[in-house]
Design a protein around this ligand. Structure first.
Ligand code: FAD
Length: 319
């Protein structure tokens, strides 16, 4: 079966300006946005991350935005990240025995930092990422670069490789639905390499990506095994019980130190499972998005669950 038969349809429809206007302009939206997005401003974000850290979960904060084609917007994005890192450095950190991970991380999308600008995009994004990493380094905060659609994978991994010479703790994300990812995992499983493994959230053609749920799960399992048997620091980003169990089994089988990998989940999804894992003493990080540009992020979350189709239909009729 396809990952979710409605997923490509919802993701395609989400590109329509009419649907975007309908969704962003209706009352039914507010509640569902709040489920997945911590707030629109840093002031709204603050209590959410305070509660997560107090519950012994680690955090990765994402300032929402993507596909910037305006230099001013890319510059503004960097300025917001610098202020965010300053705020995060002041947040009380949990005492987590045996866990060496930085409790606080930021996640960034290179397309928000200028990668898609028409002139010198990748170089501008790399300079912006360097500024974010330098500030994060001072503050004891980690940075991980999100994975976007497959047309950006080479450019993004090459920027991460370049910057890891200055900031060895810089993390990257690999998407198990891409055919290439097993090879990328093998190449990036060396000492000190922080890799977040996820299934992948974009609409991708069958030439580059597995389409069936079972193929994506099998690919994830192969990739996970490579990372768990490697020398890096795997970040197991999934809510799927089968994959979480596989990570637990591989930890035991490979003798990997419990402090040398982490589970990751998204804000608003499987909260009880997040608490169960954190309560068992394993590093468990929650990816927390905030900001006013939540539309792309929200539609990817809604497309993951067929039950959410009703939400789209309600938004359209109540317009
Ligand atoms: P699924 O099979 O989709 O879900 C398993 C179970 O989790 C479901 O049965 C359900 O119980 C629950 N669940 C999953 N999604 C939802 C939802 N939206 N609403 C309610 N319940 C849900 N993707 C990228 O392409 N690039 C990235 O950089 C990236 N970063 C990520 C960072 C983190 C920390 C995480 C957790 C995910 C990230 N993703 C990213 C998204 C990822 O690729 C998947 O789209 C998403 O995690 C759903 O896949 P799953 O592994 O949870 O499995």
């Amino acid at each position: 079966m396809d990952m979710n038969p409605l997923r490509p349809v919802i993701l395609a429809a989400a590109d329509s300006p009419r649907l975007k206007r309908a969704i962003t302009g209706t009352k039914v939206t507010a509640g569902i946005v709040r489920r997945f997005v911590a707030g629109e401003t840093r002031a709204e974000l603050r209590p959410v991350i305070g509660d997560l850290l107090a519950s012994r979960r680690l955090i990765s904060v994402d300032f929402l935005g993507e596909n910037t084609t305006d230099r001013g917007q890319a510059d503004a994005m960097v300025a917001e990240y610098l202020s965010l890192i300053k705020d995060l450095s002041a947040a009380p950190r949990p005492d987590l025995p045996g866990i060496g991970a930085a409790p606080v991380e930021v996640s960034v999308k290179l397309s928000a930092l200028g990668q898609a600008l028409p002139v010198d995009g990748p170089a501008i994004a790399a300079d912006h990422l360097r500024a974010v990493c330098a500030k994060a380094d001072e503050a004891g905060v980690w940075v991980t670069v999100d994975a976007e659609d497959h047309t950006t994978t080479d450019a993004t991994l090459s920027t991460v490789r370049e910057l890891r010479t200055e900031f060895p703790w810089l993390g990257a994300v690999l998407q198990a639905y891409l055919h290439r990812t097993e090879a990328d995992c093998a190449a990036l499983s060396g000492h000190g390499s922080r890799i977040r493994l996820c299934k992948g959230a974009y609409r991708e053609p069958r030439e580059v990506a597995f389409q069936r749920a079972s193929e994506v799960t099998d690919s994830y399992l192969r990739c996970l095994e490579i990372l768990m048997r490697g020398e890096g620091y795997p970040m197991v980003a999934t809510h799927d019980p089968v994959l979480i169990l596989a990570a637990e089994q591989l930890t035991a089988e490979t003798g990997r130190d419990i402090g040398n990998f982490e589970h990751q989940m998204l804000y608003g999804i499987r909260d009880a499972e997040q608490l169960r894992l954190a309560g068992g003493g394993v590093a468990t990080r929650v990816y927390v998005p905030y900001g006013s540009q939540w539309y792309g992020y929200l539609t990817r979350r809604l497309a993951e669950r067929p039950a959410n189709l009703a939400f789209f239909l309600r938004a359209l009729v109540s317009k």
